[in-house]
Design a protein around this ligand. Sequence first.
Ligand SMILES: NC(=O)c1ccc[n+]([C@@H]2O[C@H](COP(=O)([O-])OP(=O)(O)OC[C@H]3O[C@@H](n4cnc5c(N)ncnc54)[C@H](OP(=O)(O)O)[C@@H]3O)[C@@H](O)[C@H]2O)c1
Length: 228
Amino acid sequence: MSELFALVTGSSSGIGKEICTHLLKNHYTVFGVSRRGSTIEHENYIDILADIRDELAVEDMYKIVAETTEGLDLIINAAGICVISPLHETPSKEFLDHLQTNVLGPFHVLKHGIEFVIESVTHVINISSIASRVGLPDMGAYCASKFALSGLIGVCSKEWKSMGVRFTNLNPGAIDTPLWDNADSAAPREKMMKIADFINIFNMVINSSSDVEFPDISFLPREGVSPQ
Ligand SMILES: NC(=O)c1ccc[n+]([C@@H]2O[C@H](COP(=O)([O-])OP(=O)(O)OC[C@H]3O[C@@H](n4cnc5c(N)ncnc54)[C@H](OP(=O)(O)O)[C@@H]3O)[C@@H](O)[C@H]2O)c1
């Protein structure tokens, strides 16, 4: 078991899974969180099944973390959903699910994660999106949820400032992950960024001096903001 501890939501797929793998290579003990569970097998990987929309499930998740450590160096909110549809075709239930997964989930993770803050060490990294900065057609529910996430993080970063917690919102454009598997097949996945592009930037952020703050980093595929 290493001395560095990270909690990563969204560990069963895409960006969250790749973050876990990267952190394990860099000698972190990783608590990975998802509903399905991850296929990652590593002696320093602890898989936790939890639906982050459910506050009690998040409290139980932290009970598992507490069996191993009292503090987290990294808290990474990567779990998220994105369904593509124009506003007039978006069911309210789907809109609500975006808010519950992409905003309420991180709220639960941070609300109960405060117990694991290590003063002047803990770094909270949110995998937000360029959709937190600009309205993108056919992504109304997603954009609304990611804009709301920015507000939540803005508040939390100020409330936790006295504890010396660093916050970074990573705002990528389209990255080729399973998130797009159910999207319109016309979405040109070959023009999206690769997960490796994301990991390069993530790596720079986690290895930066603790005297440096990166509140927001936006990065896009060369050919534009939207994959459509
Ligand atoms: N791919 C892109 O183009 C892109 C661009 C910008 C930002 N992002 C953001 O990056 C993050 C990761 O996306 P991705 O592309 O890696 O998508 P992905 O491959 O679909 O992975 C999403 C992850 O979120 C987890 N998740 C979803 N709902 C959850 C819930 N209620 N409780 C716990 N875990 C839940 C999923 O696990 P389970 O289903 O097992 O629960 C899965 O591990 C998201 O926040 C997304 O908004 C992605």
